[in-house]
Each structure stands twice: as structure tokens, then as C-alpha cells.
Design a protein around this ligand. Structure first.
Ligand SMILES: Cc1cc2nc3c(=O)[nH]c(=O)nc-3n(C[C@H](O)[C@H](O)[C@H](O)COP(=O)(O)OP(=O)(O)OC[C@H]3O[C@@H](n4cnc5c(N)ncnc54)[C@H](O)[C@@H]3O)c2cc1C
Length: 332
């Protein structure tokens, strides 16, 4: 079975990997000059499920992502864990409800007090937190390259008409260019900073609306801005200071003396209900888009769902979760 995939970001390359593993023959068409030229090209990303009080698509997607990472090479994967700081009552209730309803083992997901959070983090933490032991960091850019190993990728190939693509099935994984869906652009910028003696001690991700990851080769990733009103990938100087200011609010001693070493901006693609769009569009055309700010996890789950849909195998998710992400939900 020949499957054409439009877009070599996380959505497209993950789909290619899953299809190839299942015995299909994927080919990727990418408009840009390299794999992951868009949102998926960040050198560092945090992988987390999108947290919600009720069990959701993301609670089922997260273990699939871990399984994939275990099989891939050269991705800079570091399962360092993540502390989601409880900075207000809303987060406290949501996290407590999630612990109850998701039913994950205590070793993988639990509320910790400040003292335990500090022990886990290796630095002073000023808030109780939701601890996700199996979250961590990975390089999205390298992940895309690893997914695409041994898959033909036609670079500099802008597909303007799907009728001209010869394949048994087509997956549109074109980010913001995915037509006919109510997707919104949300620009974002991550900032890289040189570590200090104090920040070098951080052992896990701190998440607080923004995020701060442990140093790798003396550099931290600090993210990210969210601008629903912008759709360009130019660098904005003030964004770096916004990212640092968020860290100052929750961990001032970690933010002290950090020097900016670089930054990267790109555009996320987000549907109004913040769930990705995964499923059958029409004829032999399928879609994986709208991965918002959790694309590392949702793209591999999308890849498994679409692979099984195309090959007419049982779907790896409960029917309710499939409906939640289906493109048909916008027609109701
Ligand atoms: C600043 C920032 C920080 C982020 N941090 C995280 C994080 O820490 N953790 C996380 O999980 N997620 C994060 N995300 C979100 C994540 O990057 C996205 O969810 C993910 O990259 C989306 O992947 P995609 O393949 O759908 O889109 P893209 O990466 O945009 O890929 C779409 C591809 O399609 C190609 N294309 C478009 N049109 C055509 C066409 N007609 N023909 C051929 N090719 C075409 C494009 O060139 C592009 O390469 C972040 C995003 C940003 C912007």
C-alpha cells in the first residue's frame, strides 16, 4: 500500500514511521528544504500529556509516545520527569482530579509537596506540584529525522493539488497549510539561556504556564510565548524577556544571572477545542493536524490511529477518544 504524506513535521514523519512499521510504503512530500522546517524544527521540546481533569485522548496517547521513543535513536530523549507547579487553585483542582480519573500508577503521576518537589528537582521549589515521572525532553527536530529514517522524503516539493498525487492513500500533515479545517495560528518563541551554578542543579522540567528544562551542554530551554494574534516566525526581542519573566515569578533564584544565547520562533496550529484533528477527510484522504503545543505526544498517537484506519485494522484508542479528535466533529 503506497501512502503519500504531505509535510515532514512531527505529524508527517511520525505517520511515515508508523506506516513503515506496519508494512506500508510511505513517501513524504515537504515544501521546505529540509525535514521539520516549521513548528517541528525546535532543537528542544518538552513532552507532556495535555493535562485535564477527566481522562482524555492525551492520557491514552502518552504511553504510545514513550513506546515509540524507546525504539528510536539519536533523538536526545531524556526522561527527566516534570513538575507542574500548583500556582493557583484552578491548577490544584485540575491536577487533583486528573490524578484520580487518569488512574496512572503513583510512581508515574502524583501530587508532591514543596519539600518532595525540591528533592526531585535538585533545587528549591516554592510550590506543591503534580509530578509526572515519565515526562521529559526530546529534540523534535531529531525526532522527525529519526522517524523519517529509511523513508523517501521529497524536499522542496510544494503540493498544490492533491489530485496530482499518485497513492492509495494520502495523509495531509501540512500544519497551518491544512485546508478546510478551523485551525488557528498561534505564534511562539523559545529562548535558550546559558546555565549558572545554581541552575545547573535542576534535574527535571519545571512547568508553570512557561517551562524551564535541565541544562544540556550548559544551556537551558526556556519557553514559550503564545501569541494568537501573530502568524509569523520572526524573532521578537521582548519574547525572550517574557519567557525569563515567567521563570522569575516562580523561581527567582534560578533566573538570576541567566544570559540569553539564542531563540527560535515558529507557528503552532490549534483548533478551537484544543484537540488535534486526526482521521478521514474524504475519498482516500486523511488528516493529522492541529497538534497545538503538545505535538510531540499527539503526533505519534495520530500516526498509529491513521495507520490502522488506512490498513483497516482495529483502532488503538477507545471510540470516544477517536470521535473527540475526528475532523467530522466540526460538521456537527
Ligand atoms: C515555540 C514553540 C514551542 C513548542 N514547544 C513544544 C513542546 O515543548 N512540546 C510539544 O509537544 N510541542 C511543542 N510545540 C508544538 C509542536 O512543535 C507542534 O505541535 C508540532 O510541531 C506540529 O507538527 P506538524 O507536523 O503538525 O506541523 P509542522 O511542523 O508545521 O509541519 C508541517 C509541514 O508541512 C509542510 N507543508 C505545508 N504545506 C505543504 C504543502 N502544500 N506541500 C508540502 N509540504 C507542506 C511545512 O513546510 C511543514 O514542514 C511548540 C511549538 C512552538 C511554535
Amino acid at each position: 500500500m503506497k501512502v503519500a504524506i504531505i509535510g515532514a513535521g512531527l505529524a508527517g514523519t511520525a505517520a511515515a514511521w508508523a506506516l513503515r512499521q506496519a508494512g506500508a510504503e510511505p513517501v513524504i512530500y515537504e515544501a521546505g528544504p529540509e525535514i521539520a522546517p516549521g513548528a517541528s524544527g525546535n532543537p528542544v521540546g518538552l513532552y507532556n500529556p495535555r493535562l485535564s481533569a477527566e481522562r482524555s485522548f492525551y492520557s491514552d496517547a502518552f504511553p504510545l509516545a514513550l513506546k515509540a521513543f524507546e525504539q528510536l535513536r539519536d533523538t536526545d530523549w531524556n526522561e527527566c520527569g516534570a513538575l507542574h507547579l500548583i500556582t493557583d487553585d484552578k491548577r490544584q483542582k485540575k491536577f487533583a482530579d486528573a490524578v484520580k480519573s487518569w488512574g496512572w500508577p503513583r510512581g508515574e503521576m502524583r501530587i508532591v509537596n514543596k519539600a518532595e518537589a525540591s528533592e526531585i528537582a535538585g533545587v528549591n521549589v516554592h510550590y506543591d506540584a503534580l509530578y509526572l515521572a515519565r515526562s521529559g525532553v526530546i529534540s523534535p527536530k531529531k525526532l522527525c529525522r529519526s522517524y523519517a529514517t529509511a523513508v523517501p522524503v521529497k524536499l522542496n516539493t510544494l503540493i498544490t493539488n492533491l489530485n496530482e498525487v499518485q497513492a492509495d492513500a494520502i495523509i495531509v500533515a501540512a500544519g497551518m497549510a491544512t485546508k478546510s479545517l478551523p485551525l488557528k495560528a498561534v505564534r511562539g518563541q523559545i529562548t535558550f539561556v546559558q546555565s549558572t551554578a545554581a541552575s545547573e542543579r535542576l534535574k527535571c522540567n519545571l512547568c508553570y504556564g512557561g517551562y524551564f528544562s535541565p541544562a544540556k551542554r550548559s544551556e537551558h530551554a526556556l519557553g514559550a510565548t503564545f501569541q494568537r494574534w501573530l502568524d509569523h516566525d520572526q524573532i521578537i526581542g521582548d519574547d525572550d524577556y517574557d519567557n525569563i519573566a515567567k521563570l522569575v515569578r516562580v523561581a527567582p533564584e534560578l533566573a538570576e544571572g541567566l544570559e540569553i544565547t539564542g531563540q527560535r520562533a515558529a507557528v503552532r496550529t490549534t483548533p478551537p477545542d484544543h484537540f488535534p484533528v486526526i482521521g478521514h477527510l474524504r475519498d482516500n484522504i486523511y488528516v493529522s493536524a492541529g497538534h497545538g503545543s503538545h505535538g510531540i505526544v499527539s503526533s505519534i498517537a495520530a500516526a498509529q490511529i491513521l495507520t490502522n484506519m488506512i490498513l483497516e485494522r482495529p483502532l488503538p484508542f477507545p471510540a470516544q477518544a477517536i470521535q473527540k479528535v475526528s475532523p467530522q466533529r466540526f460538521n456537527q
